[in-house]
Design a protein. Structure first.
Length: 370
């Protein structure tokens, strides 16, 4: 009796199309040779996948264990199969690979270790690359290791990129504190910012919102009676979080709104009333950067918010909650506990830092325009 073929997809979502052959989301085919211990291989054509499934173990297994196999060759094969990539994605992937090639390109997939990954990470950080760039480069390396494992080129268990502690984001790291802005620098930026962006910059600095959160913020997200702001989640599975606006900031935001504003009015908007695009926000911020003579980023306003609260003694878990972090670092999880008193201390610290820095320049004395 023939063996029943299961229709369960692979972990990456590849769907079984026939015995021991799966079709990937990218349109390629994965096949496993019949018999025990056959390596999974990926092919662009269904016919080649079938040949691998029906082949004898000699030739392919010899290739899989070939000591001459390198991560450079793995990269070549992987990139060739990624026909789904756009030109821009492929160009970025090539750029990321060039940052890896000198260090790991000549290594056999089995030779790559956590130590190699950390060495790459430290070299990239030492070259002055941002956390985001380092993370993207190491993500590509992790994809290559996974591909090498699926192809049978790597026989060791585990992915050293996953096992290594990758770049940590947020104010609890040295990077976050390094990027925090002084109050004098923030005031200098507020003095130079265009009127259309200043409310958003104030919110990012005093409430710790991300760039995308600032741009999505509408009047309906703010209770001008209580000062509670619902921050729309911009990351996958991110829930809406609430932040208490300092009273002065709440009033300044209300005064900055145009006459006749409704619930759908964006706090940071373009000349047509649409949400300001990331490119437009960057344009206005860069104009202020040039005037001030600083390389500070818009995101550094958020870094400053978190760092200042931590320095003021606000419990780290409270800061993480206000900033929308998934969780504080493990160390801070052990030694900090979120309490109502902690949130009260946070509001007090936020109110104090607002009082000691610049405020939004109201467009007129019309007061609350809601």
């Amino acid at each position: 009796m023939p063996k029943k073929v299961t229709s369960k997809p692979l972990a990456d979502g590849s769907v079984l199309v026939e015995e021991l052959v799966w079709k990937t989301k990218e349109g390629n085919y994965r096949a496993r040779r019949r018999g025990r211990g056959g390596a999974m291989r990926t092919f662009a054509k269904l016919g080649d996948a079938r040949k691998h499934r029906d082949s004898q173990p000699d030739s392919d297994e010899a290739q899989a264990s070939d000591p001459r196999m390198t991560l450079q060759k793995v990269r070549d094969e992987y990139f060739a199969l990624r026909e789904d990539w756009s030109a821009a994605t492929r160009k970025q992937a090539l750029t990321n690979w060039r940052k890896l090639a000198k260090v790991v390109g000549g290594l056999h997939p089995d030779s790559l270790s956590v130590a190699h990954v950390m060495s790459v990470r430290n070299a990239l950080k030492g070259a002055g690359l941002t956390d985001g760039t380092v993370k993207n480069v190491l993500t590509l390396l992790g994809q290559l290791v996974t591909f090498a494992t699926l192809q049978g080129y790597r026989t060791k268990a585990g992915n050293p990129v996953t096992q290594a502690k990758l770049v940590k984001q947020g104010p609890t790291t040295g990077e976050g504190r390094k990027r925090a802005m002084t109050r004098e620098l923030v005031d200098a930026f507020f003095a130079e910012l265009d009127e259309c962006l200043e409310p958003g910059a104030q919110i990012a600095y005093h409430c710790g919102l991300r760039n995308a959160e600032v741009r999505q913020l509408q009047v309906r997200h703010i209770s001008f009676l209580t000062g509670v702001m619902d921050v729309p989640g911009t990351k996958s599975r991110a829930a809406v979080r609430q932040v208490q606006l300092p009273p002065q900031l709440r009033d300044a935001i209300a005064a900055s709104l145009p006459t006749g504003s409704g619930p759908d009015t964006y706090i940071v908007r373009d000349t047509r009333g649409n949400p300001m695009s990331a490119k437009t926000l960057e344009y206005h911020w860069n104009a202020a950067r040039e005037a001030v003579g600083s390389d500070a980023r818009f995101h550094d306003l958020r870094h400053s918010f978190c760092t200042d609260l931590l320095d003021a003694g606000v419990p780290p878990q409270t800061v993480a909650k206000l900033a929308g972090h998934a969780r504080p670092s493990i160390t801070l999880d052990v030694y900090a506990h979120s309490t109502d008193a902690g949130e009260a201390a946070a509001l007090a610290a936020m109110t104090d830092r607002f009082a000691q820095s610049g405020t939004i320049h109201a467009q007129s004395a019309a007061g609350n325009r809601l």
